[in-house]
Design a protein around this ligand. Structure first.
Ligand code: DC
Length: 229
């Protein structure tokens, strides 16, 4: 694989472990492109809801996955999520879409379409991809893999604070329950379940600040780069 722009960094882990925030900051520090694969699945579920997709109809799901267009556009340092030409960046961050995404992302045609896109986007390297199956399925040969986790309570608390800032009306208990339920669905599904790749470096971010986690990752990145040279 041609890696003229840098390596592929995979950041997998359960919901609320801080993957997106940390991947965004890490990619900025390294001058890498960040690919939030969860946002891509969220955009697919937004489109599925818009078109009243019957997820129990295999033919309809196949046609939907072939037709749906999801793009991540870089706009002044922030990533915009575009679904069939519409900017859905903020609309996909609701508890309802989170729950639906956990279902939509278990469908084989949807995973196939997203995986193809993600492989194209990361083919040249210089990318940080965050998701659930990056190190296990999408880029099993990624040069650096992290598995980021934190306790369910801490993950629920972080998600709750995020939602509060956005003005979403929910409770801490409901958010912890939502996060735990989604993790169970994501880990127990047949296709590309959430699990740690054998060669991934596990980081438990419970009680650590974002900066502390990024510093650990950066150190490991430069170590890996120096081993390659
Ligand atoms: O990271 P997130 O919370 O935005 O992800 C939303 C959902 O998408 C999550 O429930 C699992 C799914 N997902 C996936 O199946 N594979 C990925 N690579 C990323 C996300």
């Amino acid at each position: 694989m041609n890696r003229e722009r840098g390596i592929v960094i995979a950041v997998d882990g359960p919901s609320g472990a801080g993957k997106s925030t940390i991947s965004r900051a890490l990619s900025k520090r390294l001058g890498y492109l960040e690919i939030d694969t969860g946002a891509m699945y969220r955009a697919m579920s937004w489109l599925a809801r818009e078109s009243n997709l019957d997820i129990d109809d295999p033919l309809a799901v196949e046609q939907f996955a072939q037709k749906a267009r999801v793009e991540l556009q870089l706009d002044n340092g922030t990533t915009r999520v575009i679904a069939d030409g519409q900017d859905v960046t903020h609309k996909i961050r609701t508890p309802e879409i989170s729950m639906l995404t956990s279902k939509i992302s278990a469908l084989s045609p949807v995973r196939k379409a997203m995986m193809t896109l993600q492989r194209q986007m990361g083919a040249k390297g210089g990318v940080v991809l965050d998701g659930r199956d990056i190190g296990t399925v999408v880029f099993p040969d990624a040069e650096l893999k992290f598995f980021l986790s934190a306790s369910a309570e801490e993950r629920g608390r972080r998600r709750f604070l995020e939602l509060q800032l956005k003005g979403v009306d929910t409770s801490l208990e409901a958010t912890i329950e939502n996060v735990t339920k989604r993790d169970r669905q994501d880990s127990e599904r047949e296709l590309a379940p959430l699990r740690q790749a054998g060669d991934a470096i596990a980081i438990d971010s419970t009680g650590l600040s974002i900066d502390e986690v990024i510093a650990q990752m950066e150190k490991l990145y430069y170590k890996r780069i120096s081993e390659k040279d």
